[in-house]
Write a protein that binds this ligand. Structure first.
Ligand SMILES: [Zn+2]
Length: 383
């Protein structure tokens, strides 16, 4: 994939570090940036010069830290100076959002998928991008989040929900839309938003758990997302949670997929009541005190709590973000979740801060946009 990048994105890592520090934590005084990055004032002046020239960074007044000496200039970005589009690919539709340089959502739209073959999906992506560009013509890059295994150069190696194998989605979309395009696993994208601009900002370690059609898990340690070639498989899906739970397609009794997914919960409630019940309806029934739904949803909530405890015990995050379209489970079964979490934690441990997201698909789109920001603005990854 050949991408034309602005001059400063090809600059060295130290310049990128300055840009990143100000993008994520700005406005910051020059002295604070120098302190955080362990740079001399002279080095910072040299490194920030191309960023100021290009317009990515601006000077926004002065800050006095109360010590003797001249006040230090404040550096910031102009979030509105660049626009990005982030999209989330789903089995039935595509959701899209336009964001600024800090991942703030400016506009949203969605399109139904007419068919799931790559050409049709790419045509729908291009249509959605064209429509979003009517409001923001100058788009720097497009990010697309896909639930599945995503390889180098925008290759979707496998996406079971679309029955795709080895689809060069990135180059297909670039050819049709003309936009520099980055394709990433959707959970990586979701986690990167939280990492840079969300609940994980400034934390050394945090985890993300998403609920919905699957169960997702993302972990950031020392400012880097932990991943390997198997990340997109959804490795936490078969984590054992309930020795008496239902059986998943792989034969595990009570694994995360068998008790926490929306289909698992809707299926169990439907079976208990002898009629088909959707996931939102199953949660509504539980909330209203219907006995069978209450029991099934509480069992799921307890399982979710045990999963959070396992994550807390094994990876020691400073916070856990809960998201995904099925996240309302954490609210409806909040007490059971807390009980499950406490049961598997040492009594001397402190409560782990939980950030519970709304579950709106726009949160996935925002993540996909952040991946585009990382790749195309800051040269965070080779393209
Ligand atoms: Zn399983």
């Amino acid at each position: 994939m050949r991408i034309t990048t602005p001059r400063w994105t090809q600059s060295n890592g130290a310049t990128r570090a300055v840009a990143l520090e100000v993008l994520i934590h700005g406005p910051l005084s020059r002295s604070e940036v120098a302190r955080r990055l362990e740079l001399s004032p002279g080095s910072l002046t040299r490194l920030s010069a191309p960023l100021l020239d290009s317009g990515l960074l601006i000077e926004v007044g002065e800050h006095s830290d109360g010590r003797v000496g001249r006040p230090s200039q404040l550096l910031d970005v102009v979030p509105a100076s660049k626009r990005f589009i982030g999209m989330k690919l789903m089995a039935e539709e595509i959701a899209g959002a336009t964001t600024d340089l800090r991942g703030n959502v400016l506009a949203t739209e969605r399109r139904r998928l007419q068919a799931r073959d790559p050409q049709s999906v790419v045509a729908t992506i291009a249509e959605l991008a064209t429509s979003l560009r009517r409001g923001s013509p100058e788009i720097t890059a497009l990010g697309i989040g896909v639930g599945g295994l995503v390889g180098e150069h925008g290759l979707v190696q496998s996406a079971p929900f679309l029955h795709w194998n080895d689809v060069p989605l990135g180059s297909m979309v670039e050819a049709v839309s003309g936009l520099p395009t980055i394709v990433e696993n959707d959970l990586v994208a979701f986690t990167e938003y939280e990492h840079w601009f969300g609940a994980g900002r400034g934390l050394d370690r945090f985890a993300v758990v998403t609920l919905g059609a699957g169960v997702g898990y993302g972990l950031v340690i020392h400012d880097e997302i932990v991943r390997n070639d198997e990340f997109g498989i959804g490795l936490i899906g078969h984590w054992p949670l309930d020795p008496f739970g239902p059986v998943c397609s792989e034969g595990h009794r009570g694994c995360a997929k068998a008790i926490l997914t929306d289909t698992a919960i809707a299926g169990s409630v439907s079976q208990a009541l002898g009629r088909t019940v959707s996931y939102p309806a199953a949660l509504n029934l539980a909330a209203s005190g219907e006995a069978a739904a209450r029991r099934i949803v509480d069992d799921a909530g307890r399982g979710l709590g045990r999963l959070l405890a396992a994550i807390a015990n094994l990876t020691m995050p400073e916070a856990i973000v809960l998201g995904g379209e099925g996240v309302r489970l954490a609210e409806v079964a909040g007490e059971a979740m807390e009980a499950g979490l406490r049961a598997d934690r040492d009594p001397r441990t402190k409560p782990i801060p939980l950030a519970i997201r709304s579950g709106d698909n726009i949160e996935w789109c925002r993540g996909a946009a952040v991946v585009a920001i990382q790749t195309f603005v800051l040269g965070h990854r080779e393209t």
